[in-house]
Design a protein. Structure first.
Lengths: 206, 254
């Protein structure tokens, strides 16, 4: 296999799943900031605050469905850890030094696993509390607590967004096409996901 | 303009409820259909169409077997208003120059967070899910007229005026401290009575739910710091260390 040959890394289901999650998450974050800080410009862009509430709620439904489905795509992988993950953490994934020797990785590297698990946990917290705020506003203690947890999860998720966006664009040039086509160049995969490629090739030779 | 306020003196109230009617009349609020509960107090609680209600309280004792108290229940127009702290829609709740907490139904998104954050259980929602409560007759006071309730009250149990002047005058009249004088930054509805607030159905120490305060004061700024901080770190990484290059990690590929 040539280094420039493409290997399938994500299924069509995975690609659609990722972008539904990404777009709903960005819409929710932007409108969320609009609500929190009374940003009139954002409110107007959504057609006023009452309209933005409807969009926020329904984007939340898309986000919920996407996050639930994402577990079929990435949860098993994200929960698999071994000693190489410790090595990845100790070398900071090679992000702090271009000379660092990063241990071989499977389909997801350690950072991606932690990113996914954080999104999953805070995501379900923000979803559950979001539905309480939307559907049970008459229950005042539940509303106040949900509002609080919703916002704390919001801080976590929104702080993680720039990291993910940077590492998948500027920080690792050429990453975006992988999430659009689902295919990764063989040479790249062999470098960055050698354990996965090895497994794939062994599977094939059987 | 200096802050204005209502002075409610339940000891002067005769329970005629002219204020309830005047409020409905000025604010064009329809009557609520209610049932006889064996009391003159009616309706039982504030509704989306009832901004001001006289609460009837019977306090029989041996010394006075027929003691009957009447007190106006309504939005207190807090200086530090929980409803405004939590409201996600700018302009849905706003302060008038007199210090009244007024509302704009067109801007309300119907989330009901204000009702949950109010220390006095005041905001109600109408059939269109829009906030509804006493706004101190914002349109009247903007034109130097007293709110409808104060204008109508035949005994002076509800009056309206400069807040500082009300406090000074009440102190001279023997009320060393008015209810609401210092609570929540000072209420825009002050109460003059000698008994304990509890007797009038008022909280001794009204507070905004602590989670609302905690979020608003300490955690809310973190949402900018969080996303801005990580974005800045990523930029720093790009400049100082630089992105991954194609040649890197060739060792892995052995």
């Amino acid at each position: 296999m040539q280094n420039s040959d493409l290997v399938r890394k994500e299924s069509t289901f995975g690609i659609v799943n990722h972008w539904a999650l990404a777009i709903s998450c960005i819409v929710l974050t932007i409108s969320g900031f609009g609500f929190l800080f009374h940003l009139e410009g954002i409110g107007n862009a959504f057609g006023g605050f009452p309209a933005m509430k409807g969009i926020h709620n329904w984007a939340g439904v898309v986000f919920t469905a996407s996050l639930v489905l994402s577990m079929f795509n990435w949860l098993k992988e994200a929960l698999t850890f071994d000693s190489d993950d410790l090595g990845w953490i100790l070398t900071a994934g090679g992000y702090l030094s271009h000379k660092a020797k990063v241990p071989p990785m499977h389909k997801l590297n350690t950072g991606q696993k932690f990113f996914y698990l954080t999104l999953l946990v805070s995501g379900f917290a923000i979803i559950a509390t979001g539905f309480v705020i939307w559907l049970m506003p008459e229950n005042k203690p539940a509303l106040v607590w949900s509002h609080f947890i919703h916002n704390v999860s919001f801080i976590i998720i929104s702080a993680f967004l720039p990291i993910h966006i940077y590492l998948s664009t500027l920080g690792n040039p050429g990453t975006i096409p992988i999430m659009i086509t689902g295919k990764i160049p063989y040479g790249w995969a062999k470098k960055k996901h050698s354990k996965w490629i090895k497994e794939l090739e062994e599977g094939r030779s059987h | 303009m200096a802050r204005a306020s209502l002075l409610i003196s339940p000891e002067l109230c005769i329970g005629c409820r002219a204020c309830q009617i005047a409020c409905k009349s000025w604010n064009q609020l329809p009557g609520d259909k209610t049932a006889n509960r064996g009391t003159f107090e009616n309706p039982a609680d504030l509704t989306p169409d009832l901004y001001n209600k006289i609460r009837f309280i019977e306090v029989p004792s041996e010394a006075n077997p027929v003691r009957w108290l009447f007190v106006s229940q309504r939005c207190m127009h807090c200086d530090d208003a929980g409803c405004m702290k939590i409201c996600p829609a700018p302009g849905a709740l706003y302060k008038t120059k007199e210090g009244a907490v007024a509302f704009n139904k067109d801007k309300c998104i119907g989330c009901k967070l204000c009702a949950a954050a109010c220390p006095f259980n005041v905001p109600r929602y109408d059939k269109n899910d829009k906030v509804s409560k006493c706004n101190l007759c914002a349109d009247r006071i903007a034109n130097n007229m007293a709110p409808a309730c104060a204008k109508t009250c035949p005994t002076g149990a509800i009056s309206y005026g400069d807040r500082d002047a009300i406090i000074t005058k009440s102190q001279k009249a023997g009320y060393s401290k008015l209810y609401g004088q210092a609570d929540l930054g000072g209420l825009g509805a002050l109460y003059a009575f000698h008994d304990a607030p509890k007797l009038y159905g008022l909280d001794e120490k009204p507070v905004i739910p602590e989670m609302v305060v905690f979020w608003h004061q300490y955690l809310k700024p973190l949402s900018w710091i969080g996303i801005g901080g990580t974005a800045a770190l990523m930029l720093l990484h790009y400049v100082a260390i630089g992105p991954k290059k194609d040649k890197e990690g060739n060792d892995d590929a052995k």
